[in-house]
Write a protein that binds this ligand. Structure first.
Ligand code: C5P
Length: 208
């Protein structure tokens, strides 16, 4: 194993829904050979349990890795539920240690979410803020949902995006915002390959 592979190196990638951070995070993790954690899944899993009637704080404390594997976590209902449980300080506190210890694992880690560069890993070696215009994000999400056979209209998806953005940005605890030292990538007018290349070169300049 090389020296670099033993090192902890954290890449924090934040941004609003459907800006492309999931795709960029996966590509970046594959490029550098780092482990990847989609932290939105933690909130989605808690949101899904709330929809089943469980108290969100309790659900967050007892979350297991099996809870993160369900395909049902990718629905619009669960996304909205996730952003509702994400405003609860007790939920955020229960998920903190897991995310922090993942971020310092040997061999490097990529975490994507809303508060990685600001709250979870303020000392991350590289920070990106991936964003795009709301209409572009809604169009991408709409196309994904149509491909899965969902019957939502574009207007509904756009309203959902605005609602979730507002809840994520305006909450008191760990609101969505770029860390002062984050590199912002606006993917509105970028092909995904170009966005990934921009992300990789921004991170490479921090690695050397
Ligand atoms: O990224 P994703 O769309 O899966 O996230 C679902 C919701 O989880 C977000 O709208 C946000 O409210 C919440 N979240 C968060 N902090 C994170 C990741 C996700 O509050 N680090």
């Amino acid at each position: 194993m090389t020296e670099a592979a033993d090192r902890a190196f954290t890449i924090a990638i934040d941004g609003p829904a459907a800006a492309g951070k999931g795709t960029i995070s996966k590509a970046v993790a594959a490029h550098f050979g780092f482990a990847h954690l989609d932290t939105g899944l933690l909130y989605r899993a808690v949101g899904a349990k709330m929809l089943l009637g469980m108290e969100p704080g309790k659900a967050a404390k007892h979350l297991t890795t099996e809870d993160l594997g369900s395909a049902d976590l990718r629905t619009p209902e669960v996304a909205q539920a996730a952003s509702r449980v994400a405003v609860i300080p007790e939920v955020r506190a229960a998920l903190l240690d897991f995310q922090r210890s993942f971020s310092r694992r040997a061999g490097g880690a990529v975490l994507d979410g809303r508060d990685i560069g600001t709250v979870i890993c303020p000392k991350a070696e590289a920070k990106l803020f991936v964003t795009a215009r709301a209409e572009v994000r809604a169009r991408r999400r709409y196309d994904e949902l149509v491909a899965k056979g969902d019957a939502l209209s574009y207007e509904q998806v756009l309203a959902d995006v605005h609602e979730r953005d507002a809840r994520d940005r305006d909450r008191a605890e760990a609101p969505l915002k770029p860390a002062p030292d984050a590199v912002t990538i606006d993917t509105s007018d970028l092909e995904i390959d170009a966005a990934v290349r921009t992300a990789i070169s921004a991170i490479e300049s921090r690695l050397s």
